[in-house]
Design a protein around this ligand. Structure first.
Ligand SMILES: C[S@@+](CC[C@H](N)C(=O)[O-])C[C@H]1O[C@@H](n2cnc3c(N)ncnc32)[C@H](O)[C@@H]1O
Length: 243
C-alpha cells in the first residue's frame, strides 16, 4: 500500500498524537520553535506540504505567513479545515501540486518528506511553485535515527545500526506512551537522498541543522533524554536561485 494511503487511514490516530504535548513532546517542547527559527520572514505565499491536521500551518499563520496547507489525505485535510487557526487547506498530492508555477516565496515540508512515496518528485514540485529567490525548508526524522534504534529506554542506551545506513527501507516508526500506541511506516533514506533531491530540483542548501532538545526540555522523560546525545531531526533551508 502507498504511504499516502496509510496516512489517510491514520488521520485520527495522528491527530490525537500530534495535538498532545504529552505524546508528541519533542514537537511542543522545542522542535517547532527551532524550525520556525530557520524560516525566512513571511512573504506573499507560504505552501505547507504534507500539512497533516494543520498544527504547523497554524503556527505559520500566527507568525504572519499567508499560508496554504496541502496534504494528500482527505481525512487530514477535513480536520485542518475545521480549525479556526488554519486558513486555506487543499487535498493534493505533493507529486502533483494543485498550484501554478512561481506563486510562492516559501515552501515548507515539516516532517512529511520521509512519509511521501516519491521524495524527488515532491521536492521538484516544491521548487516549481517557488518564485526565483524563494526558499524550500524541510524537517525530517534524522537519517541516523531512522537507520537504527536504541537498545533500551535508558538515557545512556547504546544505539545500533544493524543493517545498512545507505539502503532505503521501510521505517516502522512507533510511539507508545501513557496508554497511546501509534505505529506508521515511513521510509528511511540516507542524508544524500535529501541532498540529491534538492540538487536535482536546482535548489541550493543555505543552512543545515541537527536540532537537539536541551536536557531541561525533556526533564522527567528519561527515554527522550537519549535525544540529547544523538540527532533526532534534520532541518534544511534551501534557496531557489534568483534568475
Ligand atoms: C508526519 S505527518 C506530518 C504532518 C504535519 N506536517 C505535522 O508535522 O503536523 C506526514 C503527512 O504527510 C502527508 N503525506 C504523505 N504523502 C503525501 C503526498 N504524496 N502528498 C502530500 N502529503 C502527503 C500525510 O498524509 C501526513 O499528513
Amino acid at each position: 500500500m502507498a504511504l499516502r494511503e496509510i496516512w489517510d487511514r491514520a488521520a485520527q490516530a495522528w491527530g490525537n498524537f500530534a495535538a498532545s504535548p504529552d505524546h508528541d513532546h519533542l514537537y511542543w517542547a522545542f522542535h517547532r520553535l527551532r524550525f520556525l527559527d530557520l524560516l525566512p520572514p513571511p512573504g506573499r505565499l507560504t505552501v505547507d506540504l504534507g500539512a497533516g491536521e494543520g498544527r504547523l500551518t497554524a503556527e505559520l499563520a500566527r507568525a504572519g505567513h499567508r499560508v496554504v496547507a496541502i496534504d494528500s489525505s482527505p481525512a487530514m485535510v477535513s480536520r485542518a479545515v475545521q480549525r479556526a487557526d488554519v486558513g486555506r487547506a487543499l487535498v493534493g498530492d505533493a507529486s502533483r501540486l494543485p498550484l501554478p508555477d512561481s506563486v510562492a516565496d516559501l515552501a515548507v515540508a515539516f516532517m512529511s518528506l520521509q512519509d511521501m512515496d516519491d521524495l524527488a518528485i515532491a521536492v521538484a514540485e516544491g521548487a516549481r511553485v517557488l518564485c526565483p529567490g524563494g526558499r524550500f525548508c524541510l524537517a525530517v526524522a534524522h537519517p541516523v535515527r531512522s537507520a537504527g534504534g536504541f537498545e533500551s529506554k535508558d538515557p545512556g542506551s547504546p544505539f545500533t545500526i544493524a543493517g545498512s545506513y545507505f539502503e532505503r527501507q521501510p521505517w516502522p516508526w512507533r510511539h507508545s506512551h501513557s496508554g497511546m500506541t501509534i505505529s506508521i511506516p515511513s521510509e528511511h533514506r540516507p542524508l544524500e537522498a535529501y541532498s540529491a533531491a534538492l540538487e536535482d530540483a536546482g535548489l541550493l542548501i543555505e543552512s543545515l541543522r541537527e536540532p537537539a532538545p536541551d536536557p531541561e526540555a525533556v526533564a522527567g522523560r528519561p527515554p527522550l533524554l537519549r535525544w540529547t546525545r544523538l540527532p533526532c531531526f534534520l532541518h534544511i533551508r534551501a534557496l531557489k536561485p534568483p534568475r
